[in-house]
Design a protein around this ligand. Structure first.
Ligand code: NAI
Length: 414
């Protein structure tokens, strides 16, 4: 099938390259020209295992890029909206990219004679597709949803770090549609995927995504809360978690006590759900608690560091890892931000090494910290090492390079 993808970030690019890998003709469009130029050269603008390989294999064949939205929409039959949905200051969802994309797509649909299907893949709070996306598409195209064009909300569940694998072999595909034609059209595209496909209405699809992310966030904050209690009681939370995980109803996943959750999804999605719940006069106490517990974990790491080294002022601190998890260069909402801010406030001398994310961090902290290119150089003469990201190369560190080895890992926190 002929598919276009609007927004070539972590989700859009993996979706585009993944669908090309499955044999569809894909056109990727983004407003950032540099990203498009990289993809055209067969290079991924983001670090994600296996992504370069499938881009290289398909570029110029099944996978193509475009800086012309008109032909991108006109020449394809399905368009995925994969633009970002960041947080506003108050935690509510910021829909400016989604709204712009809808207006632009709608103005092109106005002239398109053939049926076209729009798929919302960006994470949007329940009600957004029906109350914002569809009205904007109808207004800018002068056409009627479900009659002249189709609409599906199909949330994405990929995990950064293993995004290509998750996209190609998903646990499930959710198709949120209010009409048969839209839903059948997308089912046709997903024919080559071997997983359960659940059909629901649009608003339910939107909620499944939030309910899933909120559950994972609560699970992490739950084990962190247990870990914080364990620490006071002199119990090892990692043994406790092992014992819990043997119960298949609990499972070992997302049961790692430590620095808490970060990334571009869990924090912002839980905050957006909290905000939406409060708008409809529901007090989401559990979700509020999950965020509050999470926000305290980085400060706990600094508390423990102070207990071990005394004042942090003028201490040389090596931070190992900046990405919010191993396998990605994404530093959005990574615990590295509060850690660095706290250390700089206390006038520590901070150096950072991350195998993939140094450049992204440089854009935020610039000259305030030193950027190092290897674990050994980061550890040399350091007073304290904080292991923030669980990169495999941090499992074998030469602590003898430090002045007096004091190291705290993200997984030895509680
Ligand atoms: P991102 O910020 O990496 O990428 C968004 C892209 O959209 C950027 O390249 C931006 O330039 C482009 N863009 C913005 N407005 C545009 C427009 N009008 N036309 C064309 N391109 C435009 O975002 P990411 O991480 O890929 O997330 C996208 C959506 O998917 C968000 O709603 C996010 O919550 C959701 N999601 C993200 C996951 C992740 O692991 N990153 C996983 C599951 C869902």
């Amino acid at each position: 099938m002929d598919v276009s993808v609007i927004g070539t970030g972590y989700v859009g690019l993996v979706t585009g390259a993944g669908l090309a890998e499955k044999g569809h003709n894909v056109r990727c469009y983004d407003i950032i020209k540099e990203k498009i130029k990289d993809i055209e050269r067969g290079v991924s603008p983001i670090y994600e295992k296996g992504l370069d390989t499938i881009i290289k294999r398909n570029i110029g064949g099944k996978l193509n890029t475009s800086m012309n939205l008109q032909s991108t929409i006109t020449d394809t039959e399905i368009t995925f909206i994969c633009v970002g949905t960041p947080s506003n200051q108050d935690g509510s969802i910021n829909l400016r990219y989604v709204k712009n994309a809808c207006k632009e797509i709608g103005s092109i649909l106005e002239k398109k004679k053939r049926y076209h299907l729009i798929v919302v893949k960006s994470t949007v709070v329940p009600g957004t597709t029906e109350e914002v996306v569809i009205p904007l598409l109808e207004e800018s195209s002068g056409r009627k949803a479900y009659r002249d064009f189709g609409v599906v909300m199909s949330p994405e569940f990929l995990r950064e770090g293993v995004a290509v694998e998750d996209f190609l072999k998903p646990d499930r595909i959710i198709i949120g549609a209010n009409d048969k034609r839209s839903s059948n059209h997308l089912r046709e595209l997903y024919k080559g995927f071997n997983c359960p496909i659940l059909g629901v209405d649009i608003k339910t699809a939107e909620m499944i995504k939030y309910a899933s992310n909120a559950f994972l966030a609560v699970k992490i904050s739950y084990i962190n809360e247990i870990g914080n209690i364990c620490k006071e009681l002199g119990v090892d939370v990692y043994d406790v978690a092992k014992g819990m995980a043997l119960d298949h109803r609990i499972s070992k996943h997302f049961l790692n006590a430590g620095l808490g959750f970060g990334g571009s999804c869990l924090p912002k999605d839980v905050k957006a759900l909290i905000h939406r719940a409060k708008e409809i006069n529901y007090e989401p106490r559990l979700l509020d608690a999950a965020i509050k517990i999470n926000e305290k974990q980085a400060a706990r790491m600094l508390d423990i560091a102070r207990e071990k080294t005394g004042s942090l002022g003028n201490k040389k601190v090596a931070i190992l890892g900046a990405a919010f998890k191993a396998g990605t260069d994404d530093i959005r909402e990574s615990p590295v931000h509060p850690l660095i801010k706290g250390l700089l406030r206390e006038k520590a001398r901070v150096s950072v090494y991350d195998p993939q994310a140094n450049n992204n961090l440089k854009e935020i902290f610039k000259e305030k910290i030193s950027y190092i290119n290897s674990t050994d150089d980061a550890l040399r003469d350091a007073d304290l090492a904080l292991i923030v990201t669980a990169w495999a190369e941090f499992e074998l560190l030469d602590y003898s390079l430090m002045r007096k080895p004091v190291a705290l890992s993200r997984y030895q926190l509680p």
